[in-house]
Design a protein around this ligand. Structure first.
Ligand code: SAH
Length: 365
Protein backbone atom coordinates (compact mmCIF):
# COMPACT_ATOMS: atom_id res chain seq x y z
CA UNK A 1 0.00 0.00 0.00
CA UNK A 2 1.28 3.39 -0.97
CA UNK A 3 0.45 6.43 1.15
CA UNK A 4 1.08 8.82 -1.69
CA UNK A 5 -1.03 6.96 -4.25
CA UNK A 6 -3.73 9.06 -5.83
CA UNK A 7 -5.34 6.17 -7.68
CA UNK A 8 -9.05 5.81 -6.89
CA UNK A 9 -9.77 3.31 -4.11
CA UNK A 10 -12.60 0.88 -4.98
CA UNK A 11 -13.40 0.59 -1.25
CA UNK A 12 -14.69 4.18 -1.48
CA UNK A 13 -17.45 2.95 -3.81
CA UNK A 14 -20.87 1.48 -3.16
CA UNK A 15 -22.36 -1.15 -5.48
CA UNK A 16 -23.50 1.39 -8.08
CA UNK A 17 -20.06 3.01 -7.92
CA UNK A 18 -18.30 -0.30 -8.61
CA UNK A 19 -20.61 -0.89 -11.56
CA UNK A 20 -19.83 2.56 -12.98
CA UNK A 21 -16.13 1.99 -12.44
CA UNK A 22 -16.02 -1.13 -14.61
CA UNK A 23 -18.40 0.19 -17.27
CA UNK A 24 -16.20 3.28 -17.56
CA UNK A 25 -13.33 0.87 -18.22
CA UNK A 26 -15.33 -0.74 -21.02
CA UNK A 27 -16.65 -3.84 -19.22
CA UNK A 28 -20.13 -5.09 -18.34
CA UNK A 29 -21.72 -3.79 -15.13
CA UNK A 30 -22.09 -7.26 -13.58
CA UNK A 31 -18.31 -7.45 -13.26
CA UNK A 32 -18.63 -4.43 -10.96
CA UNK A 33 -21.06 -6.41 -8.81
CA UNK A 34 -18.52 -9.20 -8.65
CA UNK A 35 -15.72 -6.83 -7.74
CA UNK A 36 -17.88 -5.39 -4.91
CA UNK A 37 -18.74 -8.89 -3.69
CA UNK A 38 -15.14 -10.07 -3.77
CA UNK A 39 -13.98 -7.14 -1.67
CA UNK A 40 -16.73 -7.14 0.92
CA UNK A 41 -18.37 -10.55 1.06
CA UNK A 42 -15.22 -12.60 0.48
CA UNK A 43 -12.67 -10.15 1.85
CA UNK A 44 -10.49 -10.49 -1.22
CA UNK A 45 -8.45 -7.40 -2.08
CA UNK A 46 -6.03 -8.96 -4.58
CA UNK A 47 -7.41 -8.47 -8.10
CA UNK A 48 -5.64 -11.60 -9.34
CA UNK A 49 -7.57 -13.73 -6.87
CA UNK A 50 -10.90 -12.41 -8.26
CA UNK A 51 -11.07 -15.38 -10.58
CA UNK A 52 -14.40 -14.65 -12.27
CA UNK A 53 -13.28 -11.20 -13.49
CA UNK A 54 -11.90 -11.28 -17.04
CA UNK A 55 -8.11 -11.29 -17.04
CA UNK A 56 -8.12 -8.11 -19.13
CA UNK A 57 -10.26 -6.32 -16.53
CA UNK A 58 -7.96 -7.43 -13.73
CA UNK A 59 -5.01 -6.00 -15.63
CA UNK A 60 -6.73 -2.64 -16.14
CA UNK A 61 -7.80 -2.53 -12.49
CA UNK A 62 -4.23 -3.15 -11.37
CA UNK A 63 -3.09 -0.21 -13.47
CA UNK A 64 -5.83 2.27 -12.68
CA UNK A 65 -7.10 1.73 -9.13
CA UNK A 66 -5.70 0.62 -5.79
CA UNK A 67 -7.47 -1.06 -2.87
CA UNK A 68 -6.22 0.65 0.27
CA UNK A 69 -7.32 -0.54 3.72
CA UNK A 70 -6.49 0.70 7.18
CA UNK A 71 -3.92 -1.51 8.93
CA UNK A 72 -4.46 -3.12 12.32
CA UNK A 73 -1.67 -1.60 14.38
CA UNK A 74 -2.61 -2.92 17.82
CA UNK A 75 -5.05 -5.52 19.14
CA UNK A 76 -6.19 -5.20 22.74
CA UNK A 77 -8.31 -8.13 23.92
CA UNK A 78 -10.20 -7.89 27.19
CA UNK A 79 -11.24 -10.65 29.61
CA UNK A 80 -14.95 -10.17 28.78
CA UNK A 81 -14.35 -10.85 25.06
CA UNK A 82 -14.26 -7.19 24.01
CA UNK A 83 -11.48 -6.48 21.54
CA UNK A 84 -10.22 -3.05 20.70
CA UNK A 85 -8.20 -2.44 17.57
CA UNK A 86 -6.08 0.60 16.90
CA UNK A 87 -6.09 1.06 13.12
CA UNK A 88 -3.49 3.01 11.23
CA UNK A 89 -4.61 4.86 8.13
CA UNK A 90 -2.46 5.31 5.03
CA UNK A 91 -1.26 8.73 6.24
CA UNK A 92 -0.26 7.38 9.65
CA UNK A 93 -3.32 8.71 11.53
CA UNK A 94 -4.93 6.36 14.03
CA UNK A 95 -8.49 5.50 14.95
CA UNK A 96 -10.10 2.91 17.17
CA UNK A 97 -12.59 0.17 16.43
CA UNK A 98 -14.17 -1.91 19.18
CA UNK A 99 -15.72 -5.37 18.97
CA UNK A 100 -18.27 -6.20 21.66
CA UNK A 101 -19.62 -9.78 21.74
CA UNK A 102 -23.02 -10.22 23.43
CA UNK A 103 -24.16 -13.82 23.14
CA UNK A 104 -25.40 -14.35 19.61
CA UNK A 105 -24.99 -10.68 18.82
CA UNK A 106 -21.72 -9.08 17.91
CA UNK A 107 -21.42 -5.33 17.73
CA UNK A 108 -18.68 -3.33 16.07
CA UNK A 109 -18.21 0.25 17.20
CA UNK A 110 -16.83 2.20 14.27
CA UNK A 111 -15.02 5.57 14.09
CA UNK A 112 -16.01 8.23 11.56
CA UNK A 113 -13.34 10.92 12.04
CA UNK A 114 -9.78 11.25 13.28
CA UNK A 115 -10.38 13.18 16.49
CA UNK A 116 -13.52 15.27 16.88
CA UNK A 117 -14.40 18.96 16.71
CA UNK A 118 -17.23 18.88 19.21
CA UNK A 119 -15.49 19.17 22.58
CA UNK A 120 -18.00 17.31 24.73
CA UNK A 121 -16.74 17.88 28.25
CA UNK A 122 -16.50 14.23 29.33
CA UNK A 123 -15.14 12.67 26.12
CA UNK A 124 -11.58 11.44 25.60
CA UNK A 125 -11.68 11.92 21.82
CA UNK A 126 -12.45 15.62 22.29
CA UNK A 127 -9.02 16.05 23.90
CA UNK A 128 -7.31 15.33 20.61
CA UNK A 129 -9.08 18.06 18.70
CA UNK A 130 -10.26 17.49 15.14
CA UNK A 131 -7.89 16.16 12.55
CA UNK A 132 -9.81 14.97 9.50
CA UNK A 133 -12.79 13.05 8.19
CA UNK A 134 -12.46 9.37 7.40
CA UNK A 135 -13.11 8.26 3.82
CA UNK A 136 -15.74 5.65 2.99
CA UNK A 137 -12.89 3.13 2.59
CA UNK A 138 -11.59 3.94 6.06
CA UNK A 139 -15.02 3.57 7.65
CA UNK A 140 -16.01 0.38 5.83
CA UNK A 141 -12.41 -0.84 6.19
CA UNK A 142 -13.02 -1.13 9.95
CA UNK A 143 -15.98 -3.43 9.30
CA UNK A 144 -13.93 -5.30 6.68
CA UNK A 145 -11.20 -6.01 9.23
CA UNK A 146 -13.67 -6.98 11.93
CA UNK A 147 -15.37 -9.46 9.58
CA UNK A 148 -12.00 -10.99 8.66
CA UNK A 149 -10.82 -11.16 12.27
CA UNK A 150 -14.06 -12.71 13.49
CA UNK A 151 -14.61 -14.98 10.50
CA UNK A 152 -18.06 -13.47 9.88
CA UNK A 153 -19.70 -10.09 9.51
CA UNK A 154 -20.83 -8.58 12.82
CA UNK A 155 -24.59 -8.64 13.50
CA UNK A 156 -24.67 -4.96 14.51
CA UNK A 157 -22.68 -1.84 13.72
CA UNK A 158 -22.79 1.33 15.76
CA UNK A 159 -21.26 4.55 14.45
CA UNK A 160 -20.25 5.39 18.00
CA UNK A 161 -16.49 5.41 17.88
CA UNK A 162 -14.29 8.46 17.47
CA UNK A 163 -15.77 11.46 15.72
CA UNK A 164 -19.17 12.88 14.83
CA UNK A 165 -20.64 10.88 11.91
CA UNK A 166 -23.14 13.59 10.96
CA UNK A 167 -20.21 15.99 10.46
CA UNK A 168 -18.85 13.51 7.88
CA UNK A 169 -22.24 13.03 6.30
CA UNK A 170 -21.67 11.65 2.78
CA UNK A 171 -18.98 9.17 3.77
CA UNK A 172 -20.94 7.95 6.80
CA UNK A 173 -24.12 7.43 4.75
CA UNK A 174 -22.34 5.64 1.91
CA UNK A 175 -20.42 3.38 4.31
CA UNK A 176 -23.69 2.51 6.09
CA UNK A 177 -25.26 1.69 2.71
CA UNK A 178 -22.42 -0.75 2.01
CA UNK A 179 -22.91 -2.32 5.46
CA UNK A 180 -26.54 -3.05 4.54
CA UNK A 181 -25.89 -4.33 1.01
CA UNK A 182 -26.75 -8.00 0.45
CA UNK A 183 -23.59 -8.41 -1.60
CA UNK A 184 -21.50 -7.04 1.27
CA UNK A 185 -22.25 -7.30 5.01
CA UNK A 186 -26.05 -7.81 4.82
CA UNK A 187 -26.88 -5.85 7.97
CA UNK A 188 -30.54 -5.05 8.54
CA UNK A 189 -31.22 -1.31 8.72
CA UNK A 190 -32.30 -1.50 12.37
CA UNK A 191 -28.96 -3.12 13.18
CA UNK A 192 -26.96 -0.17 11.92
CA UNK A 193 -27.03 2.71 14.37
CA UNK A 194 -25.67 6.20 13.91
CA UNK A 195 -24.92 8.11 17.09
CA UNK A 196 -24.90 11.90 16.96
CA UNK A 197 -24.35 14.70 19.43
CA UNK A 198 -27.27 16.45 17.72
CA UNK A 199 -26.38 18.22 14.47
CA UNK A 200 -29.99 19.08 13.76
CA UNK A 201 -29.97 19.95 10.02
CA UNK A 202 -28.17 16.70 9.28
CA UNK A 203 -30.71 14.68 11.27
CA UNK A 204 -33.31 15.94 8.77
CA UNK A 205 -30.95 15.19 5.89
CA UNK A 206 -30.30 11.68 7.16
CA UNK A 207 -34.03 10.99 7.25
CA UNK A 208 -34.18 11.76 3.52
CA UNK A 209 -31.50 9.30 2.47
CA UNK A 210 -31.29 6.55 5.06
CA UNK A 211 -33.37 4.66 7.59
CA UNK A 212 -30.73 3.46 10.00
CA UNK A 213 -31.42 3.59 13.74
CA UNK A 214 -30.64 6.89 15.40
CA UNK A 215 -28.98 7.33 18.78
CA UNK A 216 -28.62 10.81 20.23
CA UNK A 217 -26.11 11.82 22.87
CA UNK A 218 -28.39 13.77 25.18
CA UNK A 219 -26.58 13.68 28.54
CA UNK A 220 -28.60 16.54 30.05
CA UNK A 221 -32.33 17.27 30.33
CA UNK A 222 -32.09 21.07 30.05
CA UNK A 223 -30.24 23.58 27.88
CA UNK A 224 -28.26 25.15 30.69
CA UNK A 225 -26.53 21.89 31.57
CA UNK A 226 -26.38 20.52 28.01
CA UNK A 227 -24.69 23.75 26.84
CA UNK A 228 -21.86 22.82 29.20
CA UNK A 229 -21.64 19.07 28.60
CA UNK A 230 -22.38 18.94 24.86
CA UNK A 231 -21.45 22.41 23.54
CA UNK A 232 -23.08 21.85 20.11
CA UNK A 233 -26.28 22.44 22.11
CA UNK A 234 -25.50 26.17 22.01
CA UNK A 235 -26.02 26.04 18.26
CA UNK A 236 -28.83 23.47 18.23
CA UNK A 237 -30.72 23.67 21.52
CA UNK A 238 -33.22 21.11 22.79
CA UNK A 239 -36.18 23.02 21.30
CA UNK A 240 -34.72 22.20 17.86
CA UNK A 241 -33.21 18.82 18.63
CA UNK A 242 -36.34 17.17 20.02
CA UNK A 243 -38.59 17.98 17.01
CA UNK A 244 -35.85 16.78 14.63
CA UNK A 245 -35.71 13.46 16.49
CA UNK A 246 -39.51 13.16 16.52
CA UNK A 247 -39.49 13.76 12.79
CA UNK A 248 -36.82 11.07 12.32
CA UNK A 249 -39.00 8.32 13.79
CA UNK A 250 -42.37 9.62 12.58
CA UNK A 251 -44.43 7.35 10.36
CA UNK A 252 -43.18 4.02 11.70
CA UNK A 253 -44.50 2.90 15.05
CA UNK A 254 -41.63 0.45 15.58
CA UNK A 255 -38.97 3.13 15.49
CA UNK A 256 -37.56 4.75 18.58
CA UNK A 257 -34.80 7.21 19.32
CA UNK A 258 -32.10 5.80 21.58
CA UNK A 259 -31.02 8.51 23.97
CA UNK A 260 -27.54 8.16 25.40
CA UNK A 261 -27.14 9.63 28.84
CA UNK A 262 -23.76 9.38 30.53
CA UNK A 263 -24.19 9.31 34.30
CA UNK A 264 -21.86 11.90 35.83
CA UNK A 265 -21.59 11.94 39.60
CA UNK A 266 -23.39 14.97 41.03
CA UNK A 267 -23.78 16.62 37.62
CA UNK A 268 -26.80 15.16 35.80
CA UNK A 269 -27.91 12.20 37.92
CA UNK A 270 -30.38 13.59 40.50
CA UNK A 271 -34.10 12.76 40.82
CA UNK A 272 -34.82 16.32 39.60
CA UNK A 273 -32.85 15.60 36.41
CA UNK A 274 -34.80 12.36 35.93
CA UNK A 275 -38.04 14.32 36.27
CA UNK A 276 -36.93 16.90 33.69
CA UNK A 277 -35.89 14.12 31.35
CA UNK A 278 -39.28 12.44 31.62
CA UNK A 279 -40.97 15.72 30.73
CA UNK A 280 -38.54 16.41 27.86
CA UNK A 281 -39.17 13.03 26.23
CA UNK A 282 -42.94 13.17 26.52
CA UNK A 283 -44.44 12.18 23.18
CA UNK A 284 -41.12 11.03 21.69
CA UNK A 285 -40.85 7.26 21.03
CA UNK A 286 -37.78 6.65 23.13
CA UNK A 287 -35.48 4.29 24.87
CA UNK A 288 -32.83 5.60 27.19
CA UNK A 289 -29.36 4.11 27.59
CA UNK A 290 -27.78 5.15 30.86
CA UNK A 291 -24.02 4.94 30.39
CA UNK A 292 -21.73 4.76 33.41
CA UNK A 293 -19.08 7.44 32.83
CA UNK A 294 -15.81 5.84 31.77
CA UNK A 295 -13.12 7.87 33.53
CA UNK A 296 -9.83 8.74 31.85
CA UNK A 297 -6.68 10.52 32.94
CA UNK A 298 -7.19 14.25 33.23
CA UNK A 299 -10.97 14.29 33.39
CA UNK A 300 -12.65 15.94 36.40
CA UNK A 301 -15.83 13.89 36.24
CA UNK A 302 -16.73 10.95 38.43
CA UNK A 303 -18.91 7.92 37.76
CA UNK A 304 -22.33 8.00 39.46
CA UNK A 305 -22.64 5.29 42.11
CA UNK A 306 -24.63 2.26 40.87
CA UNK A 307 -27.53 2.81 43.30
CA UNK A 308 -28.04 6.34 42.00
CA UNK A 309 -28.01 5.09 38.42
CA UNK A 310 -30.58 2.44 39.37
CA UNK A 311 -32.83 4.99 41.11
CA UNK A 312 -32.65 7.18 38.00
CA UNK A 313 -33.45 4.23 35.73
CA UNK A 314 -36.41 3.18 37.90
CA UNK A 315 -37.90 6.67 37.77
CA UNK A 316 -37.80 6.65 33.99
CA UNK A 317 -39.20 3.12 33.84
CA UNK A 318 -42.04 4.01 36.22
CA UNK A 319 -43.09 6.81 33.90
CA UNK A 320 -43.19 4.36 30.98
CA UNK A 321 -39.82 5.14 29.39
CA UNK A 322 -37.84 2.04 28.52
CA UNK A 323 -34.45 2.59 30.14
CA UNK A 324 -31.47 0.37 30.60
CA UNK A 325 -28.05 0.76 32.10
CA UNK A 326 -25.29 -0.05 29.69
CA UNK A 327 -22.91 -2.65 30.97
CA UNK A 328 -19.37 -1.40 31.20
CA UNK A 329 -17.28 -3.47 28.83
CA UNK A 330 -13.60 -3.77 28.20
CA UNK A 331 -12.69 -1.55 31.13
CA UNK A 332 -9.14 -2.75 31.41
CA UNK A 333 -8.40 -1.92 27.78
CA UNK A 334 -9.80 1.60 28.03
CA UNK A 335 -12.79 0.90 25.80
CA UNK A 336 -14.31 4.36 26.18
CA UNK A 337 -13.81 5.81 22.77
CA UNK A 338 -10.64 7.69 22.05
CA UNK A 339 -8.73 6.46 25.03
CA UNK A 340 -6.06 4.32 23.40
CA UNK A 341 -5.36 6.71 20.59
CA UNK A 342 -5.60 9.51 23.15
CA UNK A 343 -2.71 7.95 24.98
CA UNK A 344 -0.44 7.96 21.98
CA UNK A 345 -1.30 11.24 20.36
CA UNK A 346 -2.88 13.79 22.63
CA UNK A 347 -1.62 16.79 20.74
CA UNK A 348 -3.57 19.48 22.56
CA UNK A 349 -3.11 18.76 26.25
CA UNK A 350 -6.42 20.56 26.69
CA UNK A 351 -8.43 19.84 29.78
CA UNK A 352 -11.56 19.39 27.76
CA UNK A 353 -13.56 22.19 29.33
CA UNK A 354 -15.83 24.10 27.08
CA UNK A 355 -15.06 26.74 24.52
CA UNK A 356 -17.84 28.88 23.13
CA UNK A 357 -16.76 28.45 19.51
CA UNK A 358 -16.75 24.70 19.96
CA UNK A 359 -19.04 24.02 17.04
CA UNK A 360 -17.74 26.39 14.41
CA UNK A 361 -15.53 23.82 12.71
CA UNK A 362 -18.33 21.37 12.10
CA UNK A 363 -18.81 20.78 8.42
CA UNK A 364 -22.53 21.18 7.77
CA UNK A 365 -22.70 21.59 4.00
N1 SAH B 1 -20.10 11.96 18.19
C1 SAH B 1 -21.10 10.94 18.35
C2 SAH B 1 -20.55 9.51 18.42
C3 SAH B 1 -19.31 9.25 19.24
S1 SAH B 1 -19.43 9.20 20.99
C4 SAH B 1 -21.96 11.22 19.55
O1 SAH B 1 -21.69 12.19 20.25
O2 SAH B 1 -22.95 10.53 19.75
C5 SAH B 1 -20.31 7.75 21.40
C6 SAH B 1 -20.98 7.83 22.76
O3 SAH B 1 -20.02 7.67 23.83
C7 SAH B 1 -21.66 9.16 22.98
O4 SAH B 1 -22.92 9.00 23.57
C8 SAH B 1 -20.70 9.82 23.94
O5 SAH B 1 -21.33 10.86 24.60
C9 SAH B 1 -20.25 8.68 24.80
N2 SAH B 1 -19.04 8.93 25.57
C10 SAH B 1 -18.00 9.71 25.24
N3 SAH B 1 -17.06 9.72 26.22
C11 SAH B 1 -17.52 8.92 27.20
C12 SAH B 1 -17.01 8.52 28.48
N4 SAH B 1 -15.82 8.95 28.92
N5 SAH B 1 -17.76 7.68 29.24
C13 SAH B 1 -18.95 7.23 28.77
N6 SAH B 1 -19.48 7.56 27.58
C14 SAH B 1 -18.79 8.41 26.80
Amino acid sequence: MNATSTKPNPLDLDLAGCESLVTALGFKAFHGRNLFKWMHKHGVVDFDAMTDLPKSLRTVLLETVEIRLPRILQTHPSADGTVKWVMELVDGQRVETVFIPEGKRSTICVSSQVGCALECAFCATARQGFNRNLSVAEIIGQVWHAARQLGAAPTNVVMMGMGEPLANFEAAVKAMDVMQDDLAYMLAKQRVTLSTSGIVPNIYRLREVSDVSLAVSLHAPNDELRDELVPINRKYPLAELIPACKHYVAGDKRRKITWEYVMLDGINDSPAHAKQLIRLLEGVPSKVNLIPFNPFTGSDFGTSPPDRVETFRERLARSGIFAMTRKTRGDEIAAACGQLVGRVQDRTGRLGRIRVEADTRVDLR
